[in-house]
Design a protein around this ligand. Structure first.
Ligand SMILES: NC(=O)c1ccc[n+]([C@@H]2O[C@H](COP(=O)([O-])OP(=O)(O)OC[C@H]3O[C@@H](n4cnc5c(N)ncnc54)[C@H](OP(=O)(O)O)[C@@H]3O)[C@@H](O)[C@H]2O)c1
Length: 342
């Protein structure tokens, strides 16, 4: 097999250091089983990228390649592949335990891949898979909300904590399309405006008292809460604001233990969402990520859902990857940053 170009790191270094990511060559992998070999055209950077890089404190023997969101062209398929063929354009968010998309070619299991939208640019497409899968699984699998029943959902309220980030920009749109009343949080004029333009009915400030602000809007409690930033910081507000028998989902985890006992008087339910669970454990419903991405592709091509792309860098190289990581690390990202060769 010929070599391919890749971008990686051996240990965490400040992102300003020009060795925090470097380019190198390694053998191009071969597609077997359910794998597709994809030529990567565009890739987005998410907080998981910066988290994994910063968490690599011990020096590795070989450079590690990360990166999850991708848009690209299938160049080879494994013998068990049935969903795609060579030449297909695809988008996906990949698997946590496999090498990433910051390389010229990338192997991915067909069951977590969707057919790429046809009416969007490569960068617009690469901005969408990880956040749409996370949102879809959080709202429509981990919470009892049926995306296809907007009439049934009308009058039900969701509070989305962190409305302008990558996931929030997708979540406000999908919750709005599902017929929910959306209260989303943002703290700066530009994030407030972005959140409103992505389907939020109301915006409250997560740096001020959320309980008082939601009450001032006329809501004593909300039916659902989607937590997308700093669960520990917002936990007591979540407990106060959830409706009796309401449902909460968190995608962020917690640094200190959560007091789940606080939910007992309201008999509220709490769920986690991890976008990688299905591929990590190869669950029987792993193929559902193919189905979700196919729905998302249809919504994007129909113009019902819009890409959350906000910043584009060209081409895919170490300098642009460092710049994109620096943006995401700032914790002030609005929508998505994508690095593209197209
Ligand atoms: N479990 C999963 O499968 C999964 C998947 C994707 C992401 N995640 C995690 O989910 C989180 C959000 O991801 P993302 O890509 O949406 O992040 P992001 O794009 O980096 O979010 C940036 C936004 O966070 C807001 N923010 C900063 N501090 C906040 C706070 N204390 N409370 C509420 N909002 C705050 C900022 O809004 P203002 O500037 O207006 O303050 C900013 O616009 C990350 O922790 C990520 O690792 C988990």
């Amino acid at each position: 097999m010929p070599d391919m170009r890749a971008i990686g790191f051996t240990h965490n270094q400040p992102i300003e250091n020009n060795q925090s990511f470097f380019e190198f060559f390694e053998p191009r992998p071969e597609a077997t089983g359910h794998d597709l070999l994809v030529k990567v055209i565009a890739t987005a950077v998410n907080p998981v990228d910066t988290g994994v890089r910063r968490g690599t404190t011990e020096r590795l023997d070989r450079p590690k390649v990360i990166g999850w969101d991708a848009y690209g062209i299938v160049t080879a398929v494994g013998e068990a592949v049935t969903l795609f063929q060579t030449g297909d354009r695809v988008f996906y968010a990949g698997a946590f335990k496999r090498p990433g998309t910051d390389s010229e070619y990338h192997l991915v299991d067909e069951r977590i891949v969707g057919p790429a939208p046809t009416k969007l640019t490569p960068a617009e497409i690469a901005a969408t898979p990880l956040t749409s899968l996370t949102t879809w699984e959080a709202l429509f699998e981990q919470l009892p909300i049926n995306f296809d029943a907007p009439k049934e959902n009308t009058g039900h309220t969701v509070l989305i904590i962190n409305g302008a980030g990558g996931v929030g920009s997708m979540a406000t749109q999908l919750a709005h399309l599902a017929g929910l009343t959306v209260i989303a949080t943002a703290s700066r004029p530009e994030t407030i405006a972005w959140t409103q333009s992505h389907g939020a009915d109301y915006v409250v400030n997560h740096r001020e008292d959320l309980v008082a602000q939601v009450h001032d809007l006329g809501f004593k409690t909300v039916d659902y809460i989607l937590e997308l930033s700093n669960l520990n910081q917002h936990w007591s507000e979540i407990v106060d604001l959830i409706k009796p028998s309401g449902h909460i989902v968190s995608i962020t985890g917690s640094e200190t233990p959560l007091d789940l006992r606080a939910l007992k008087p309201k008999r509220a339910t709490f769920a986690w969402e991890w976008m990688y669970t299905k591929s990590y454990y190869e669950t029987p419903d792993m193929l559902s990520q193919h189905a979700i991405l196919t729905r998302v592709q249809q919504l994007l091509d129909a113009g019902k859902l819009k890409s959350t792309l906000n910043k584009t860098m060209t081409p895919i190289n170490a300098a642009n990857l460092r710049a994109a990581h620096a943006l995401v690390e700032s914790n002030r990202m609005i929508g998505k940053v994508v690095i593209t060769n197209a």
